[in-house]
Design a protein around this ligand. Structure first.
Ligand code: SF4
Length: 269
């Protein structure tokens, strides 16, 4: 956590009453700083102090879990800017894009299931399918969804849908899992936020550039959706890298939590 043991100690009552299970307030403060004790264990700490410590302990990049019934993927909650500073505990998700208009859906699914990519001695695999509603038709989308569920029941899904009514029908089918819903834009932000809230799924918000996308983030948050991903619609890999760096730096170095949403990268064939 960002706050030190000594700083926590200064906020405690310093009575050494031992009600927390530690011999002194200082010993307890050190354990809280290391994440090995919870401030709630001190019955003497004020609500104000508890709130302050919880805020300090919250990672600037929000973490959350998505996936299928049996495969859960955690993303976000990063605390360092560069890989060499510390291991990334929740690496970027790699997903293969499949359009619902493709004729060889089975082939794509097999490709994901058998995927194995070697990168500097590390074996990577495709973690999820990004199923895009290219047809804009609910029936076609759900047919493809059924195929994927039948063939690869446990594969985590990201649903790329721009029509709220198509999104609602697809999520009704996936109630036992927690897919990511992608496709919130200025045109549909209110409806998509309501749907993400109703089905308790993470929402990808897209608009051109950081400032615009953050305005949409505020709308989604006002509806009550907290698990959000930002898509700044970059035109090139260079722009993507620049936007991601800006967002990470703002969250991790300046503590601007509003910008601290995780980002995933989509790959296609
Ligand atoms: S319960 Fe609170 S006040 Fe008592 S020793 Fe532990 S930290 Fe100090």
């Amino acid at each position: 956590m960002a706050i030190t043991g000594i700083e926590i100690f200064k906020l405690l009552p310093k009575t050494n009453c031992k009600k927390c299970g530690f011999p002194t307030c200082l010993a307890f403060a050190m354990k809280v700083a290391q994440g090995q004790a919870d401030i709630e264990q001190c019955p003497e700490a004020s609500e104000e102090v508890k709130a302050k410590l919880k805020e300090a302990a919250t990672p600037p990049i929000r973490g959350f879990v998505f996936g299928s019934k049996n495969i859960k993927i955690k993303i976000g909650e990063e605390t360092v800017l560069f890989r060499h500073e510390k291991k990334f505990f929740n690496p970027t998700v790699l997903a293969l894009e499949i359009k619902d208009t493709e004729s060889n859906i089975d082939g794509f699914i097999n490709e994901v299931l058998e995927s194995s990519i070697e990168r500097v001695g590390q074996i990577l695999k495709v973690d999820a399918i990004f199923l895009k509603n290219e047809s804009e038709n609910s029936e076609i989308f759900n047919q493809v969804l059924d195929k994927i569920i039948n063939k690869a029941f446990d594969l985590p899904l990201i649903l790329g849908i721009s029509k709220p009514e198509v999104a609602a029908k697809a999520l009704e089918k996936l109630k036992e899992s927690r897919p990511i819903l992608s496709g919130a834009t200025p045109e549909n932000i209110n409806e998509m936020s309501e749907i993400a809230k109703k089905y308790n799924v993470p929402l990808v918000i897209s608009d051109k550039g950081i400032e615009k996308v953050l305005k949409l983030v505020e709308i989604a948050r006002s509806v009550g959706v907290q698990d959000l991903l930002i898509d700044t619609q970059p035109n090139s890999a260079k722009e993507l890298l620049m936007d991601n760096t800006l967002i990470r730096r703002a969250a991790l170095k300046k503590g601007i939590r509003l910008l601290g949403y995780p980002i995933i990268t989509f790959a296609n064939r």
